[in-house]
Design a protein around this ligand. Structure first.
Ligand SMILES: [Zn+2]
Length: 526
């Protein structure tokens, strides 16, 4: 409420010094949902030099080069996606249609421990290429560790630790917004908690946040969450838990306990929040089904180790356990190969179908052997149907949660990417706000905008306020719908008319304009 009064005051002041002739754009007659979480209000918006300069009732004496009639439409701040891997393919696909078509105007890349190590260089490249949306980056612990230590399954020497500290420090100086970990992935999985604490501390000293794909999200979830919260306390850094979820049937129903752990850490002074994608399936590599130790020493080394019958049997047992109780979802048919590096005829087939092809029949043991044989041939991206819809809704309603896609810049070759790459934000607004009533519209928008900008210390985006950059989405709340499905994952959403980035239209009348007005965002030490 306080915030609302403050913005009303600013609104009054800015109208007081109106200069009516030189707006670049006026958006009239829309309902503004300003991103702060307050109810919608009727207002016109005036934009000049990329920024919102006036909000209020702009009469016909106010003119602009362009006008939009937003009658019956919602005007919201552009969506800020805090959890993406957008830097993958972005320089090849700078128009990033899978995000622009959702109303996303800022993407944060470098998540799950994986990022360019030289943040400054990547941001400079993005600037020279030009990008449709704004880009911020996290520095990834896995990438830093790999650069210094390769895929060694051990702790760092003092010299290696020092080198990793320097790389994180350099990334933060270049504008990284924090450090991400992917403690489920190689080589982050080989790091003990104290290594992560030491590096997170550095990110914290630069005003960054700690963003984590936790060590476990199925069996072992609670220990992993405990570790996460302790890293926040020991490193004295705000924590963002990435794609918060409970994987595998035996963990379904866990959100109540997950949330109580988060709430109690918060009550003890830790600044912790989380994000979530609105789907019941995850997406990552096939290798996640194998135990981390199986990958030690690099590809040539581990492929050789797998030839040892005892080792192979142990790996197979671990995969069977995973298939039954964790990300496997209890059934090989729950795992779908979406992209095979070596055999595109496997794309779109599930693990039960591929096991049938390999062995002529299916059981979990054969499915586990199939996984090993696929891994021997090359990389595979997968979708894992292993989450529970009630859990998704339960986490969605928590005030500390944000909406994020966990997607990337989808390339032309990908036929079956996770639909979250195309549908996340419209899905929340259509399915969970309008159809199911899980969230109120202003709350949902806040989880996509104001709350995210606050988390990332972005002072001039995420809310519709005078002086902020004009990152805006204009959509029809009665018709906005995601159309990306498991079988047709690249279908674009409908119901979004205009998307503006820094005052420029990247989507107009539902069509991409081809403009590249995105900026790179660098964290500033407070
Ligand atoms: Zn992740």
């Amino acid at each position: 409420m306080k915030r609302f009064l403050l913005s009303s005051l600013l609104l009054f002041l800015s109208i007081g010094c109106s200069n009516s002739d030189d707006f670049d754009l006026i958006i009239r007659n829309g309902s503004v949902v300003d991103g702060s979480g307050v109810e919608a209000f009727k207002a016109d918006l005036a934009i000049r030099e990329g920024k919102i300069v006036q909000i209020g009732d702009l009469g016909p004496e106010n003119t602009a080069r362009e006008e939009i009639d937003a009658s019956g439409r919602i005007i919201a701040p552009g969506f800020i996606d805090i959890h993406t891997h957008a830097e993958r393919n972005l320089l090849d696909y700078p128009h990033i249609p899978n995000y622009v078509s959702q109303g996303v105007t800022t993407v944060i890349g470098g998540n799950c421990g994986s990022s360019p190590v030289d943040i400054g260089r990547y941001l400079a490249q993005a600037e020279s290429t030009g990008i449709a949306v704004n880009l911020g980056l996290l520095v990834g612990h896995n990438s830093v560790r790999r650069k210094v230590m390769g895929s060694e399954n051990r702790g760092p020497t003092p010299e290696e630790m020092q080198r990793m500290r320097e790389l994180v420090g350099k990334a933060m100086e270049a504008g990284a917004m924090g450090m991400s970990t992917g403690l489920k992935y190689i080589p982050g999985a080989y790091a003990k908690t104290d290594e992560v604490v030491e590096l997170a501390q550095i990110a914290g000293q630069y005003g960054g946040i700690y963003v984590t794909h936790m060590r476990e999200e199925g069996l072992g979830l609670f220990d992993a969450l405990r570790e996460t919260l302790s890293i926040g306390v020991l490193a004295n850094i705000p924590v963002q838990v990435s794609h918060f979820k409970a994987m595998g049937k035996s963990m379904w129903g866990s959100p109540a306990r997950m949330i109580s752990m988060i709430d109690s850490a918060r009550a003890h002074g830790l600044d912790v929040t989380f994000d979530q994608y609105p789907y019941t399936a995850t997406s990552t590599g096939l290798g996640v089904l194998l135990p981390a130790w199986a990958f030690a020493g690099g590809r040539d080394q581990y492929l050789q180790n797998w030839q040892n019958p005892d080792t192979r049997a142990k790996i197979r047992d671990a995969i069977v356990h995973n298939l039954l109780h964790d990300r496997g979802g209890g059934d090989p048919a729950s795992i779908v190969i979406i992209r095979s590096e070596h055999d595109s005829t496997l794309d779109g087939k599930n693990l039960a179908e591929i096991t049938q092809l390999f062995f002529g029949s299916v059981d979990v043991g054969k499915a586990a052997e199939t996984v090993i044989q696929l891994m021997e041939k090359g990389r595979h991206s997968c979708i894992y149907h292993c989450l529970n819809e009630e859990d998704v809704r339960r986490l969605m309603t928590h005030p500390l949660g944000m909406v994020a896609s966990d997607g990337h810049t989808v390339s032309a070759e990908e036929r079956f990417p996770h639909p979250r790459n195309f549908g996340t934000f419209p899905r929340v607004l259509g399915q969970y706000v309008r159809e199911l009533g899980v969230l109120a519209l202003p709350t949902a928008i806040n989880k996509m905008t104001g709350a995210v900008a606050e988390r990332l210390n972005i002072p001039d985006r995420g809310e519709i306020a005078p002086g902020n950059w004009a990152d805006l989405v204009i959509f029809d709340p009665l018709s906005i719908t995601d159309h990306a499905t498991w079988s047709q994952p690249k279908n674009l959403s409908s119901g979004i008319d205009f998307v503006l980035v820094n005052g420029e239209m990247v989507l107009s009348g539902g069509e991409q304009t081809g403009k590249l007005p995105g900026m790179t965002l660098r964290s500033k030490l407070e």
